[in-house]
Design a protein around this ligand. Structure first.
Ligand SMILES: Nc1ncnc2c1ncn2[C@@H]1O[C@H](COP(=O)(O)OP(=O)(O)OP(=O)(O)O)[C@@H](O)[C@H]1O
Ligand SMILES: [Mg+2]
Length: 222
């Protein structure tokens, strides 16, 4: 299998006042194209920190990240932003939709800067259809339930056909039935298109749907 992401010796330290938190203590990890990888671990073990570092949203203190053989670590801010919007999709626990935009605009947003707005909206409508929300296209996020908002966020993450999708407890704010429905959409979309998924979760059940599970403990992956 082809490798898509390779991280070597990632360290991340938080300093608050006199306290130093050694959250990531030299993490190395390889992710293959098309795999779905679950990252588990106790609350506070550094799962979100690791996901942010892997996804180029946060800088490690030391270590290297290569994406398809290209080093992400030394990129300028502008190049990194371009790289992220072309290659990476994110789904967060708290949806992160923009309240002033309607649903179709939220989904289309990642493609608005680059291509034609019309084409972006058409594709956004197709994705909304796939997550069962096309009839809500003109609604604002706050008019939707939590589970519906997360389905919108999943559609948005897929907008630019990213090679890899990072999801941080995407069902953490949802009840278990709604969460399962949202996960079904996520896995269906990801697996049908052969996207790579890195998913942070507390739930063994959710993790077991992934092709591989890793556990973060004391700053290291086991
Ligand atoms: N910006 C920050 N400044 C200082 N400490 C931080 C910061 N972000 C996270 N931490 C600390 O780093 C540790 C790891 O946090 P992180 O959010 O990565 O954990 P997590 O595994 O995602 O937890 P949860 O399951 O509760 O989401 C925690 O002890 C947290 O308090
Ligand atoms: Mg977290």
């Amino acid at each position: 299998m082809e490798q898509i992401l390779k991280a070597t010796g990632l360290q991340r330290i938080y300093k608050v006042g006199k306290t130093t938190l050694n959250v990531l203590k030299g993490i190395s990890l390889e992710v293959n194209q098309g795999e779905t990888l679950a990252i588990m671990g106790e609350s506070g073990s550094g799962k979100s920190t690791l996901l942010h570092v892997l996804g180029g949203l946060d800088n490690p203190k030391s270590g290297k990240i290569e994406f398809k053989g290209q080093s992400v670590y030394n990129m300028s801010a502008a190049k990194l932003a371009r790289f992220r919007s072309r290659n990476v999709g994110y789904v967060f626990q708290s949806f992160h939709l923009l309240p002033e935009l309607d649903i179709v605009e939220n989904v289309a947003l990642p493609a608005m800067a680059t291509g034609s707005r019309k084409a972006a909206k058409l594709r956004a409508m197709e994705l909304l259809n796939e997550v069962g929300l096309s009839e809500r296209a003109g609604h604002r996020p706050q008019e939707l339930s939590g589970g519906e908002q997360q389905r919108v966020a999943i559609a948005r993450a897929l907008m630019n056909e990213p090679d890899i999708i990072f999801a941080d407890e995407p069902t953490g704010n949802l009840d278990s039935r709604t969460g399962e429905k949202v996960l079904n959409y996520l896995f269906q979309l990801v697996e049908a298109r052969g996207h790579t998924l890195v998913l942070v979760t507390h739930s063994k059940e959710v993790a077991s749907r992934c092709s591989r599970e890793l556990f973060l403990k004391d700053g290291l992956l086991i």
